[in-house]
Design a protein around this ligand. Structure first.
Ligand code: GCU
Length: 667
């Protein structure tokens, strides 16, 4: 079987079956797996190794205790001097040894060994030591109990249906395997907007079922998290308020935490969205977010639980007439004054940008600035603003840019340097909003699997390049070398192309309100969500420098100066930071308006080339995958056409200025 025939090409993702084993290790070596110790903690890793060898290479191996010095693959725990979850892979003349610092490390070593084997990268004499840079590599599902997924584009929930916990245990195990194979170790399964019956997940009604689910993930080194509603003490009927300083409320949460941990003793903790977009929170009671988070932290502390407290807090009832309010300021304004006020087992969860996962926005000024509060960075893997998994948009390209952002709070303070550092400004991990549903290929668009894979790889090693990840993923997923090479190119071009045909130069939110797919230039312009470009006949953009909303002042002076200066500010963020006339001269000598036209014409043309390139792969990839991707690329092209024409016409109508190259702009 190769991936031209395989119907499972979609389902197996990067753990793809290859036709023949072509590695340089003798096949005999792969037929024996030895465990040290023979019983106990390594049986799961050994089972995964055996399964992987069978599924990926058609090699059946036997597991057993080591006798003598014979070859085979030895799994062992406990090399001194390597950090938790780390592993060493050694390919010696007499066999392979995979040593984990612990159980999880051994499992990660097994998956890496299989991936390297699949890429033909295991050879005798090699030795690899690897450890995750950050301890927390979380995935957040936004699944609702009725089975829908907020911002989900790949079918219904894997976990819930008709207000019940309902799942296919085999599928969940396969999911756990995919996640563990890229190092994800925390998983929240329910939406951060905890509404309706989801509020009762922390009651006896649901806990037994959740405990069973947790048991499936546990051997894969994945601990569950639960999103909880801040007003639970009221909504579950016991208290008159949810005031965090009310002792009865704190007591209620303690008892509740005891109950939840009674069912799931290794629960990683609670994830909370408070005072945001209609969710309740401490502000309702005149309290701070530190009051709210610390009260919950005390409840989970006896169980070694963590409160993941989201900083996505903003007033979503703004008035467009009021130019003094700037939503981009919100997270920093709310949380910076509280630095140091949070308990040790609170981790602030901060979206990577100040807005909301736009195609291009600057990195949140909280990173590098927070010194006395544990925090992590939230990324969005699901393509809410980046094409709904209809359009191809390879997000590691965006994330690489984020990882390389220099916060300029001292030396070596790029985001990738801060990740995993345990001192002041260190970022303790990543949380990614998941892109998976019941769709057979998991992600709707088969190539969107690369975003899930890339997220895991980056969370493990933030300095990995988008290119390296694309190469790895393509080679693991497409066994035909030419297909893999072409797919890698498609991935690497896709984010830039998507950016070109959508909102220009960091202006943000020109999307259809609510849906967030397709263009609507004025869609959010007069709405209460508060993100405006105020484009008129002469100019566009918001002045966020000190002469405007003052947002740039949230960055240290060097970055504030960079962003405030139109001639130094990265051009892809120009309209995020500045209000500019359409005749503003860009670095290529052309006007801003002409650049808007150019990028939109080019974006469409390049999207067409992507489609054509994919068409050249017919017969080289599994036909089912070929057809699905082809259909999506056609829809992407239509979307790009719509963006191109709506944006260009809308600016033509404002300015009355033609395209310098005379291309078609509808009147
Ligand atoms: C965005 C998104 C919402 C989501 C929210 C969040 O606003 O559109 O669906 O609930 O982010 O991150 O909480």
């Amino acid at each position: 079987m190769n991936d031209i025939q395989s119907h499972e090409a979609r389902y197996d993702c990067w753990l793809q079956h290859r036709d023949t084993y072509t590695g340089s290790l003798p096949e005999e070596t792969l037929k024996k797996i030895f465990l040290m110790p023979a019983e106990g903690p390594l049986t799961h890793a050994a089972g995964e190794l055996r399964r992987g060898l069978e599924k990926m290479f058609g090699i059946s191996a036997k597991c057993g205790a080591k006798c003598g010095a014979g070859g085979g693959i030895t799994l062992e725990i406990g090399a001194g001097g390597i950090p938790p979850e780390a592993f060493i892979i050694r390919a010696e003349d007499r066999g392979v040894i995979i040593t984990g610092a612990d159980e999880a490390g051994c499992l990660y070593g097994v998956y890496r060994f299989l991936a390297l084997l699949a890429q033909g990268k295991i050879c005798r004499g090699m030795e690899i030591t690897d450890a995750p840079t950050t301890p927390i590599r979380a995935l957040n599902h936004w699944d609702n109990l009725d089975g829908t997924i907020e911002r989900g584009y790949a079918g219904a929930s894997l976990f819930f249906k008709d207000n019940r916990v309902e799942y296919d245990p085999v599928r969940i195990q396969d999911y756990a395997r995919l996640l563990a194979s890229v190092g994800i170790n925390r998983l929240s399964i329910n939406n951060v907007n905890v509404r309706g019956p989801a509020k009762r997940l922390i009651t006896e009604e649901y806990l037994p079922e959740l405990a069973k689910l947790a048991a499936i993930f546990r051997p894969f080194g994945i601990r569950l998290l639960l999103s909880v509603n801040f007003s639970s003490p009221c909504s579950l009927g016991a208290c008159a308020s949810a005031d965090p300083l009310d002792l009865a409320v704190a007591e209620w949460w303690k008892r509740r935490a005891d109950m939840v941990y009674g069912a799931i003793p290794d629960l990683a903790g609670f994830l909370v969205k408070a005072d945001s977009e209609g969710e309740s929170g401490p502000f309702q009671y005149g309290r701070t977010h530190a009051d709210g988070a610390n009260m919950l932290a005390e409840a989970v502390a006896p169980h070694n639980g963590i409160v993941f407290w989201r900083c996505f807090v903003y007033n979503s009832t703004q008035d467009w007439r009021d130019t003094g309010v700037d939503r981009a300021r919100a997270a920093y304004d709310h949380f910076m004054p509280l630095d140091g006020a949070f308990a040790d087992n609170v981790i602030l969860q901060i979206k990577h940008g100040p807005f909301d996962f736009q195609v291009r926005e600057p990195v949140s000024p909280l990173f590098g600035a927070l010194q006395k509060t544990r925090h992590l960075m939230e990324l969005q893997i699901t393509q809410e603003y980046t094409g709904h998994q209809i359009d191809l948009c390879y997000l590691p390209s965006m994330w690489e840019w984020v990882m390389n952002f220099d916060t300029r709070h001292g030396r070596n303070t790029a985001i990738k340097d801060l990740l995993g550092r345990s001192d002041g400004p260190g970022i303790g991990g990543l949380a990614g909003v998941g892109n998976v549903g019941l769709d057979r290929c998991w992600t709707g668009h088969p190539l969107a699997q690369a975003n899930l894979y890339g997220y895991g790889r980056l969370a493990w090693q933030p300095s990995l390049s988008a290119q390296a990840i694309a190469e790895e993923w393509s080679a693991l997923t497409f066994t035909n070398a030419q297909a893999a090479g072409t797919v890698e190119k498609l991935l690497l071009d896709s984010y830039r192309i998507y950016e070109k045909y959508t909102a220009p130069f960091g202006v943000c939110f020109m999307v259809t309100p609510g849906l967030h797919y397709g263009p609507d230039v004025e869609g959010y312009e007069f709405s209460r969500w508060g993100t405006y470009h105020r484009a008129d006949r002469e100019a566009i953009g918001i002045d966020r420098t000190e002469t405007g909303t003052g947002y740039t002042g949230q960055y240290p002076p060097e970055n504030a100066a960079l962003f405030s200066d139109t001639s130094a500010c990265p051009e892809n963020l120009l309209l995020f930071f500045h209000r500019l006339r359409y005749d503003f001269k860009m670095r290529n000598g052309r006007t801003l308006l002409q650049n808007i036209y150019d990028t939109h014409f080019e974006g469409y043309d390049e999207a067409r080339k992507m489609r054509d390139l994919w068409l050249s792969l017919e017969g080289r990839v599994c036909q089912t995958v070929f057809e699905i991707v082809k259909e999506r690329l056609e829809r992407q092209l239509e979307n790009a056409r719509q963006w191109r024409d709506v944006i260009n016409t809308s600016f033509y109508r404002r300015t009355g200025i033609d395209d310098a190259q005379g291309r078609k702009i509808y009147r």
